[in-house]
Design a protein around this ligand. Structure first.
Ligand SMILES: *Cc1c(COP(=O)(O)O)cnc(C)c1O
Length: 354
């Protein structure tokens, strides 16, 4: 793929590590390529980061045809920059594209342009503990008509944002509210696709949870309102006695790459991991009988996030005294160790950029 490069004439000053936060600052450039049926993916370019024009009738603005990915580039102790399982993000993006009838990108081309863009912006990968360069590839339908028909034109972009440590003052367990009214997704819908629309549908419950002092929503399945699905932007795992249970991928749950990595690491450490249905009643019983030892969410942003408290229909349940458990901690240490290149990657998950 030929990538045209237009360098910025006004490079920005890089922010201090302590000011980073999440998704507030962006690097000097962005990647763009366009799709139409005649030319396929074409006009790949790295251009100065900034606003761009969009037709007021563009498909994405009216009918929500948008998908995205989230992964990170990490600065290793030797100064090199690596990504974590990027091919998994590319495959998932193509699965999302298939669901929304957006054009897929051949894996080799998607890897090539991602790597080229990250290499171009690699200087922006911070090195302070816990910091990284968050990568946000996204794609949207871009036909300039209000008529509803198969999407012909699309745009794919990648932007990058240096982000701070998710845990500035140690790993703080989060408080989660189980949502019993709104649903996020149903089987046959777009739950397994990483698309903006899923988030739009989640907003109301998220707002309600925030007003009650909870940081995120735990979704139940859309049909029975009974089985645990996932949390906001994280998958979930529960340690019940010596079994680690995570909801099976039934079509309405996002197949997280952190989830998949957690399962592999836990199995490798000798834990029993079950991907199955887990009802909110079974969870309640486990809590009542003192069998729920640990609970955590897993996703790219926080890696592993202990759940210290669950609220269901105004009942509040504490987990592990609101503290991080040993399994959660060791999972966190292993995954972050591999991601930042501090421990040997025996899984072959890391991908050197430069
Ligand atoms: C992105 C995302 C996750 C986590 O996926 P990772 O690949 O682990 O980052 C979980 N749930 C939802 C809804 C998501 O959008």
């Amino acid at each position: 793929m030929n990538i045209r490069i237009e360098k910025t004439a006004t490079p920005k000053t890089k922010p201090e590590a302590s000011a980073l936060g999440f998704g507030k600052y962006f690097t000097d450039h962005m990647f763009i390529m366009d799709y139409d049926p005649e030319n396929g993916w074409h006009d790949a370019r790295i251009v100065p980061f900034g606003s761009f024009e969009i037709h007021p009738a563009s498909t994405v603005l009216h009918y929500g045809a948008e998908i995205f990915e989230g992964l990170k580039a990490y600065r290793r102790p030797d100064g090199k920059v690596q990504m974590f399982r990027p091919i998994e993000n590319i495959r998932r993006m193509n699965d999302s594209a298939e669901r929304l009838c957006l054009p897929q990108i051949p894996e080799d081309i998607a890897m090539e342009v991602l790597t080229a863009f990250v290499a171009h912006e690699a200087d922006w990968t911070p090195s302070a503990p816990g910091t990284s360069l968050y990568l946000r590839p996204f794609m949207f339908g871009n036909d300039e008509t209000l008529g509803l028909h198969t999407i012909q034109n699309a745009r794919y972009m990648i932007i990058a944002s240096p982000v701070g440590s998710y845990y500035k003052e140690g790993i703080n367990p989060v408080r989660i509210m189980i949502e019993s009214e709104d649903v996020r997704a149903v089987k046959g819908g777009t739950g397994y696709a990483k698309c903006g629309g899923n988030y739009a549908a989640s907003n109301r419950a998220g707002m309600k949870a925030e007003q009650k002092g909870y940081s995120q929503v735990l979704w139940l399945d859309g049909v029975h309102r009974k089985y645990i699905e996932e949390v906001g932007a994280m998958n979930v795992m529960f340690m019940i006695d010596d079994e680690i249970v995570t909801p099976a991928l039934t079509g309405s749950i996002l197949p997280g790459i952190t989830r998949k990595s957690c399962i592999e690491v836990l199995k490798n450490k000798g834990y029993k991991v079950s991907e199955r249905l887990l009802s909110v009643d079974e969870l309640g019983e486990a809590l009542a009988q003192g069998k729920l030892k640990e609970a955590w969410g897993c996703g790219t942003a926080a890696v592993v996030s202990p759940i210290g408290e669950l609220c269901y229909k105004d009942q509040v349940y504490k987990i592990n005294d609101g503290k991080i458990g040993d399994v959660t901690q060791s999972l966190y240490d292993t995954l972050t160790g591999i991601q930042w290149g501090k421990i040997e990657d025996t899984y072959g998950w890391t991908y050197l950029v430069k």
